[in-house]
Structures are given as C-alpha cells and as structure tokens.
Design a protein around this ligand. Structure first.
Ligand SMILES: N[C@@H](CCC(=O)N[C@@H](CS)C(=O)NCC(=O)O)C(=O)O
Length: 341
C-alpha cells in the first residue's frame, strides 16, 4: 500500500449496492420485531427483512457516519454490532476476544475478529479488515465496506418500505448534490492545502474535507517534524475556512442537514475528544462557528448524540500503537465532552 506522509488509506474492496432486482435487494418480508420504531405498522406489513447487519466501531469516524444515517432514517431493521475500540495487530476484536465495556460479541457467527468476517466472505481476501462492514445474512457475505456508499444506500435504498415521513428525509437532495459531491473527493484523494487557493465555494469544501479528515491523520501518523509541520498548517487553514463557511449558518450546505454535516461531524467530534492532544494539533482557536455547529448537531439531533461514544473514541485512538505518541492510559475529559448550547 502506498504511503504518503506516513498515512494513506487503502481503497475499499467490497462495493455492492442494495437495490431492487440486484444481488442485494431490500428484501421484503414479515417483520417480527417489537421495536417502537415499528409502531406505525398496520397488520400485514411489508418490510425489509432483518437481512442486513452493520458491524461498526464507535471509535471509527467513517463507521460512525453509517450509524448516524441509519438512525436518521429509522432503519432499525438493520442490526448493529459494536466492536471493541482496542484494535490489535489482527484488527478489530469482538467482545468475545476483548470484553471492553460497550463492545458486543458477533451475534451471527460468534467471530473473534472482524478479520474472520472478511475471510468468511472471501477466504482469499488480502487487505485491511476495516469497519464499517455491511453484511448480508442471507448470502453470508459482505455487501459493502465503504462508508460513503453505505451512507448513500441508507439514504434511499429502503425508502419504499419506510413510513412516509422517514422516506421523505433526503440527506443528498438533487439540488445540493453538486456541492455535496465535491466533498467526497477526500475519501480517495490525498488532498491538502498545498493546492492553489480554492476558486469557488465548492472547491473550498472539497479541500476542507480532505484537509481536515485525512489531514488530522497525517498529523497523527507523521514520524518526522517536517511531516508533522507540513500536515499541521493545512489542517489549521482548513479549520479556519470552515469557520468562515459556517459563519451565520446552521448547516454546511444549503439550509438543511445533509450528508456533508454528517461527514464533517464525525471528524470534528473526534477532534474534541482527542485530536488536539493525541496528534499534537494544539488548538489556535477559538473556533466559535464550528464549535456551535457541532454542539447544535450533538444536542439537537439524537442521531448524532446517541451514536457518539467518547469513551470508545478516546480508547480507540489512545490504544493505537501506530500513532506517534505512546500513551499508557486513556485521559479523563474533557468535561463536558460537548458544551451545552
Ligand atoms: N474506506 C473505508 C475506510 C474505513 C477505515 O479506514 N476504517 C478504519 C477505522 S477508522 C479501520 O477499520 N481500520 C482497520 C485497520 O486499520 O486495521 C470507509 O470509509 O468506510
């Protein structure tokens, strides 16, 4: 795998979609769950069966996005399993191997590691054993392991089986797609502020996503001072640009909650919990606008608050042996993790 500045993510390998008529349909059947989420159901319901399952770590920002979208859309019929945040040399362990508070065993195969699921899906698989992982219980295989795809699928794939008010929620609305799409380049491009100044708001958003998300990792994984410095300055530039962009606004794109907010939130919330200390990205704040934006998302939307677990986030990053600064324990605080509004 190519490495740039000590950090480069591998492309995801499983990229199937859930779609009618496809290999992975949003299958229709009876639902036997007793969850309140199904209180709207009348007798004789047609619902997607409990066919798909999501494996995630609260410590992974990419996985957390899928949890937020699942919650926003009310996709309770997609089961979730939380792994231990203490990633080891073989990747993410389930509670059977590492019984960390809040971690769960694999309910489907009692796997010890996420790795076992990858090898179950493809015994020849070579690569990282990443989360999120969307699993098909019927074909016993991975549907998709790319958070950007999963978030998109959750936004629309099950719409015809959802109550009207949930189906109507669109976090990737046609009129804002251009702008939102431009944010997604960061997923695969190694963008940083060595680029020319952005020519447009759209371009600025693209740069910002790359700079903040991967930029934070570049800072954290840098092994020399010059790598660290080269990554740190673009990161602060990006945070400054976000500040300006959010000035007088509640959401990043348009006047509504979109995918863009979800994507940025998971990075920014991790930042509050550990980045500033762990990756030596000492703040030059205040970042008033982005702090307020973050606090609004956290306090006003259960989908954000209920999927944010600070203990797992901190434990995940402070346990990472590959990060530069060794840490014998997980620090307390900040208290509160997110300031009230
Ligand atoms: N392309 C993936 C990347 C996900 C990813 O990098 N996950 C990390 C945790 S944040 C992971 O599971 N890493 C496992 C490992 O490094 O062994 C996505 O966005 O879904």
């Amino acid at each position: 795998m190519e490495k740039t500045n000590g950090y480069k993510r591998a492309p995801s390998r499983f990229r199937n979609v859930i779609e009618e008529g496809g290999r992975f349909p949003p299958e229709i059947g009876m639902c036997f769950c007793s969850s309140d989420a199904f209180a709207w159901l009348k007798p004789g319901p047609a619902l997607p069966q409990d066919r798909y399952h999501l494996y995630v770590s609260y410590a992974c920002p990419w996985a957390s996005r899928t949890l937020i979208m699942r919650k926003l859309k009310g996709l309770d019929f997609i089961g979730v399993t939380i792994v231990s945040p203490r990633i080891g040399p073989d990747g993410w362990p389930f509670a059977t191997l590492d019984d960390y508070p809040g971690a769960e065993p694999d309910p489907l195969y009692n796997s010890r590691l996420v790795k076992d699921l990858y090898l179950r899906a493809d015994p020849e698989y070579v690569g990282k054993y990443t989360v999120p992982l969307l699993w098909d219980k019927k074909q016993h295989t991975i549907v998709n392991n790319e958070s950007a795809d999963i978030v998109r699928m959750f936004n629309y794939a099950f719409n015809s089986y959802l109550p009207a008010h949930k189906a109507a929620l669109d976090y990737y609305p046609p009129e804002l797609r251009g702008e939102i799409d431009s944010l997604e380049a960061w997923m695969y491009d190694d963008i940083n502020s060595a680029h020319a100044p952005p020519a447009s708001r759209t371009e600025a958003l693209t740069l910002i996503r790359g700079s903040v998300t991967d930029g934070v990792y570049k800072v954290g994984f840098a092994t020399t001072f010059s790598q660290y410095r080269d990554a740190l300055l673009p990161l602060f530039d990006a945070l400054d640009r976000i500040e300006k962009m959010l000035s007088g606004k509640v959401y990043l794109v348009g006047n509504r909650l979109t995918e863009a907010d979800i994507r940025l939130y998971v990075t920014m919330v991790s930042r509050t919990a550990f980045y500033l200390v762990r990756v030596s990205a000492l703040t030059r704040g205040p970042f008033g606008m982005s702090d307020r934006w973050l606090r609004r998302l956290y306090w006003k939307h259960d989908a954000f608050q209920s999927t944010t677990d600070f203990q797992h986030i901190k434990t995940g990053y402070y346990s990472l042996k590959t990060m530069r600064t060794a840490s014998p324990f997980v620090p307390i605080g900040p208290v509160p993790h997110i300031e009230p509004l």
